[in-house]
Design a protein around this ligand. Sequence first.
Ligand code: NDP
Length: 604
Amino acid sequence: MTLPQRDTPPTPQQTADLRERYRIERERRVRPEGPSQYRSASAEFGYFAADPYVGVVPERETLHDAVDVAVIGGGFGGILAGARLRRQGVARVRVIEKGGDFGGTWYWNRYPGIHCDVESHVYLPMLDETGHIPEWKYAPGEEIRRHAVRIAEQFDLYEDALFSTSASSLTWDETAHQWMVATDRGDEFRATYVITATGTLTEPKLPGIPGVEDYQGHTFHTSRWDYGYTGGSPEGGMTGLAGKRVGVVGTGATGVQVIPLLAEDAGHLYVFQRTPSAVDVRGQRHVTPQEVGAARRGWAAERRENFLRIVSGEHTEHDLVADRWTESSALLEKLLPSFRRNGEPDFEVAYEAADHTTMNAIRDRVDAEVTDPSTAAALRPWYRYACKRPTFSDRYLPTFNRNDVTLVDTADSHGIERMTSRGVVVGGVEYELDCLVFATGFSVGVSGITSGKLPVTGRDGIRLLDVRTQRGPRTLHGFTSNGFPNLIQMGSLQNASSVNFTHILDEQAVHAAALVAAAEEHGAVVEPTREAEDAWTDVCAQGAPDHEWFHAECTPGYYNREGRGRPNGPLAYPHGAVAFHDLLRHWRAENIVEVLQPKVSTPV
Ligand code: NDP
C-alpha cells in the first residue's frame, strides 16, 4: 500500500505552519483533568437506571441449573459466539444481557438519524448464512438491530437467554471444572465455559460541567433517546420539539448523525461544539443485489475480507467497497508500524504530506458548503485525519446554513463553562434551553471485566483484575489467560482491531467456538501456560505502534486519553487483522492442543 500522492508536496514552511496551527488548536481544548473531566452517566443520573425499551422488567424465577456455555453480553460479539457454538452442536448456550433484547450498542442507541457509517454489506455479519441483503450502502440502526435479532432467532439463542440481567460474578470451581455464574437477578448457575463479550463503548458519559445537575429543563443522552418527550422515530418527525429551544453537546460521530434531524424539528437548535469533526463524503445510496454479486455463494465473506485487507494496509487488486474509508485507509493510525516495515523512505514526511491532502480537502469542503464565514471557520478541523474518528455525512455541514441553527464554539473555554437551572453558559453568555441532548460519547473499556465491575475469580482464588494490575495484560492471542480455565475473552486487548469491528468479532467467535470444540474433544480445559502468555505478550510488544509520537500532537479525545497520550505497549497484535486471522487459522489447524490442559492437574 502507498500513501495518497499530492501534486505538489508541502514546503517545509507550510508543514511548520500547519504543525503550529495544530498545536494551538490542541492547546485550546486540552483540559488539565484529562479523562476525569467526565462523569459516569449511569452512576450519577437516575434516568439511566431504566431501560426505555422495556418499561417494567418482567419478574422471573431465579435459575440454579447448569449450561454448557455462558456468554456475557448480547451484542454482536455474544450473538456471533452463540451462533458459532450452535453451528458446532453445542446444546446449552446462555447469553446474559443487560438490555431487554439482543443488539448491544444497536439496542441502546436508537437516536434519530442513527446509521452505521461502515458499509452495510461488510458491517452486517452472517449475511451469507442468513440470506439478508441490505438495500442501502449504509444501514439504518433499526435494520442492524433487527439483523442481530435475526441471527439470534436463526441460531436459537432466545431459548436460554437472560435479558435485563447483568452477570455479577464469575467464580471457577476447580472440583467440578465449571464456572459459577451469579447475576444481579439472584441467579446462580454453572457453566462449563464462559465467553465474555462485553463491548468497549457501552458506558455513557457526561461532561463534569459545573452545575450539570442543576439544569431543570429536559435532558437525556443520545444512547437513551427519549422519544416520549421528542416524539418521532429514528427517521425523524420529532413533533414534540416544535417551537422548543433545543441544545446538543457533542459533535462526534453521533452528533454528526443526529444534528441534521434535530435541526429539522426543533424550534431553534444550538450546537455546542468543542472540536469540529472531520466530516468526509458519505454517498448514501440504494445498492442492488446484483451490484454486490449477491447471487454468488460466499459473496459477503469475500467483500468483507476485501474491505479488511484494504483498511489493514494489505495489497488488493480491487476495492469492492470503494468509499472514503477505503480511499483514506492509508492514513489510519493503526497502519503506522506497517508503513515503517514497508520501508517508506521518509515515513513521517510522506505521511504528513498525504495527511495534508486529505485534511485540506475536508477543510475546503466546509468552506464550500457553509455560507457564513465565521461559522465555516469554526467548523474546520485542525488536526491529523487519524487523531479523531473520521465521520461521514452529506447533510451535516449544510445544516449550519439554516436560520434556526446556531453553532456555539466552546473551544476557548475548553468546552461548556457551566450549566444553570435554565441552560448552558459559554463565554459568559447563558443560552436558555427547553431541552439539552448529550451526544458526549462513552467511557472506553469500562464495561469490560478488567474494570472490576464483574469480578472474575479463577483457580486458587486469583482475581483477573489483580493479575492484570500486577503483571499487565497477559493472554494467549487475547482470548485466554493462565489461572482462568475455560474463560474465553472477546475484545481488542492483545487481539486485532479494525474499523469494521463486527468482522473482528466474527473471527473471534469462530476461534472461541474452536477452543470449546477442542476442549470437548480431548476432555480437557482451555488454559494457556504462563510461557505461552509471555511469548504472546512479546509478540504484541514487538512492533507496537508508536502511539506516543502520533498522539502527542493530536487534539484531545478518547483516542489519546483526552490529550494525555496513549501508552505504547503489548496491548494489541501489531501486524494487522489480516495477519492475525491467518495466524489464528494456522494455529487452530496445527497447534490448538497447546492450550489444552488435563482436567486433573494444575498447570505451572
Ligand atoms: P465521542 O466521544 O466521539 O464525541 C463526544 C463529543 O462530545 C465530542 O464532540 C466532544 O468534544 C464533546 N464534548 C465532550 N465534553 C464536552 C464539553 N465539556 N463541552 C463541549 N463538548 C464536549 O462520542 P460519539 O458518541 O460521537 O462517538 C463515540 C464512538 O461511537 C465513535 O467514535 C464510534 O466509534 C462510535 N460510533 C459509530 C458510528 C458509526 O456509524 N459506525 C456512529 C456513532 C458512533 P471533543 O471532541 O472536543 O472532546
